[in-house]
Design a binder for this molecule. Structure first.
Ligand SMILES: [Zn+2]
Length: 646
């Protein structure tokens, strides 16, 4: 079976392991899984119409493109912005390329080609490329790799070049990337310069470039960069190593620590290396780290990175809601890493975390309109809060940032989201995420099915086989761990289902056969391990894959969000109502809530009583809770995900 993108080309999906890689699952080819309607299609449309277009303008007005022109000598002036300005250009190029593959558009292709020319003109004869460093550094290279981001920018260039090659067929950017990668291979490694970049991503980029070109040296250098960490290189620069993921060798690390985006970009790259080299020891170390992250360092939203201080992971169970950092980029990095763990192992828990993170930690980072962004994703905004700096959620979402890492990262994720839906293996096809669309795969002589669903609002997912193949194959559908009581039928007959596992049906499929999965979506009330002190005595309301919040626009004027109190038994009776008119169409939960009394109005400190204070007054009154991803799309007001129990 020939699989082509809508651009009419056969291409490989992002992060698809090479044919010899040691993985359980493989992404279906680029374009073979398509989101064609519903929830994510609307987000992708906003990304296409608003974000990628305005992003192109921002690269000009913020100075990113001008920096390249200055480095090329075709313009004069001082470079603007942070040292890693080039990376925003590369992430935008990647987004535009994947989007072009989804739906060809000559205007977008024109932008890609124009930006590629600007980038290529700045490259030095020996392949070196980093526009800000080339001008500000006055020729000096790699003198401060913990902070200079030279490899970081290279890594994003490699990812963009692979996306452009696969998505558009153009190889101009790939030529630039190969020249830079060859320069890195000639410069770094054993017997050459022994140094690592303070901000990983070059590891993922090099592996992806290896997959695209077949050049073994790129994979070897990626592996060397992974194994070089944790051996004192950053300390050799006079800097404390934890922040830079350089305190412990990757193979000996047991949790995630330091700067959250750096940490998960490194583990994602290490997972790529493990897959391509069949390195079971490295994969085992990554499994331990992932389990550690999930057990004690992940917000209920799937977000990661608790501290504003240096954008770092907190200690175990340090997951306070009001100053949660939970950078949008960190959520994206978590999805990238977790997706690679899913490919390596085929275990449903990884797809579960991808789902939680996409809906509740990634998606809040962008407005419903499509081109305003949160950098930080706090789980609470208090009354009277005012922004203390640009990233604060008290600003609402912003059109861009001085450090604009998140916006183009969101763009490339939405543009490539189709690739996270489905995979194939020797046994058959696996559906991991639910969206209306189509899936095709090169198994059993070529198979395919349509997916129809109103997910995440409704838990019915209908798969209809359109291409049955020439022999028996297994259709595997993830049943989320939250979906207790799920049921399913195949061609009208019930089949057994277990939450947290794949429903696997192997048979000789016929065109028109239907697998229907029904995931019950009652209101679920969740509490945290008591060691998460900041939310002890509070609960979260969830429905389906979504985490909900209470937002001031839905509360009576005389009931501040700060003073909402709840009783768990009452929350379980909350009614769900779909409101097509609200926030682009959301299902709200009508929560019975109470008002804080007594203890909430007393002095800040007082003698403790022997009994817990009676913390609410009067009868329960109904208040609509909205999905957390949709908050701050109306008048900005107080908001809370964690609701204190009365
Ligand atoms: Zn970011």
């Amino acid at each position: 079976m020939t699989t082509t993108t809508s651009a009419g080309r056969t291409a490989v999906a992002p992060a698809a392991p090479s044919p010899g890689a040691a993985v359980a699952l493989r992404p279906v080819p680029l374009g073979a899984a398509r989101i064609a309607g519903g929830f994510w299609a609307e987000r992708q449309e906003a990304n296409r119409r608003q974000a990628i277009r305005t992003g192109y303008e921002k690269l000009e007005t913020a100075g990113n493109l001008q920096n390249f022109r200055i480095a090329a000598g075709t313009a004069t002036g001082e470079p603007r912005g942070p040292i890693f300005m080039d990376s925003d250009v590369y992430k935008w190029l990647e987004a535009a390329a994947w989007e072009y593959a989804r739906e060809p558009d000559e205007e977008v292709l024109g932008w890609i080609r124009a930006v590629t020319e600007v980038v290529a003109a700045a490259q030095a004869d020996d392949g070196y490329l980093d526009s800000v460093q080339q001008v500000r550094g006055q020729g000096a290279r790699y003198t401060d790799l913990p902070w200079s981001h030279e490899h970081y920018c290279a890594g994003h260039l490699f990812q963009a070049a692979v996306a452009t090659s696969r998505g558009t067929g153009d190889t101009g950017l790939l030529d630039v990337a190969v020249k830079l990668a060859d320069h890195l291979v000639a410069t770094f490694g054993e017997g050459r310069t022994v140094d690592v970049d303070g901000h990983p991503v070059v590891e993922m980029g090099l592996v992806e470039l290896y997959r695209e070109t077949g050049t073994q040296a790129y994979l070897d250098l990626a592996r060397w960069f992974v194994d070089a960490r944790g051996h004192g290189i950053v300390e050799g620069h006079g800097k404390a190593p934890t922040y830079f993921s350089d305190r412990v060798p990757v193979r000996e690390q047991t949790t995630v620590e330091g700067h959250s985006v750096r940490a998960v970009y490194l583990t994602a790259g290490a997972a790529d290396v493990a897959a391509e080299t069949g390195d079971a020891e490295l994969l085992a170390a990554l499994t331990t780290q992932w389990e550690g992250m999930l057990a004690t360092k992940t917000y209920v939203t799937g977000g990661i990175g608790a501290r504003w201080d240096m954008e770092q992971f907190g200690d175990h169970h340090e997951l306070g809601p009001d100053r949660a950092y939970a950078e949008t980029c960190a959520a994206i990095g978590s999805v990238q890493w977790t997706w690679r763990m899913l490919l390596a192992t085929g275990e449903a828990r990884y797809a579960d975390l991808v789902e939680r993170t996409l809906y509740n930690a990634f998606l809040p980072g962008v407005s419903l309109a499509g081109a305003e962004y949160f950098y930080v994703n706090a789980l609470q905004l208090r009354h009277g809060a005012h922004p203390d700096e640009e990233r604060s959620v008290a600003n609402g979402r912003r059109p861009w940032f001085d450090c604009a890492c998140c916006p183009p990262n969101i763009m490339r994720t939405l543009a490539s989201l189709d690739a996270y839906l489905a995979t194939s293996s020797g046994a058959g096809v696996q559906l991991h995420q639910f969206a209306t669309g189509t899936v095709r795969a090169d198994v059993a002589g070529g198979v395919g099915f349509d997916v129809t669903t109103d997910y995440p609002w409704d838990g019915t997912v209908r798969l209809e086989v359109t291409a049955p193949g020439t022999q028996e194959w297994e259709l595997a559908v993830r049943v989320p761990a939250w979906a207790e009581g799920a049921t399913a039928t195949v061609a009208g007959s019930p089949v057994p289902v277990s939450a947290g596992e794949y429903l696997r049906v192997a048979r000789r499929w016929a065109a028109g056969d239907v697998l229907e999965l029904v995931l019950p979506m009652p209101v679920r009330v969740v509490e945290a391990d008591p060691r998460v002190d900041a939310v002890r005595g509070a609960v979260v309301v969830e429905r389906g894959p979504l985490v909900y919040c209470v937002e001031q626009p839905d509360l009576p004027a005389d009931l501040p969000a700060d003073d909402v109190r709840v009783r768990v038994a009452e929350l379980r009776t909350a009614a769900a109502e779909h409101r097509p008119d609200l926030l682009g169409g959301v299902t709200v939960l009508r929560l019975p809530v109470r008002r804080a009394a007594g203890a909430a109005t007393g002095p800040l400190y007082r003698p403790a009583g022997d009994e817990p204070p009676v913390a609410s007054t009067g009868a329960a009154e109904p208040v609509d809770a909205v999905p957390y991803y949709a908050w701050a799309n109306r008048e900005l007001g107080a908001m809370r995900v964690w609701l204190p129990r009365a």
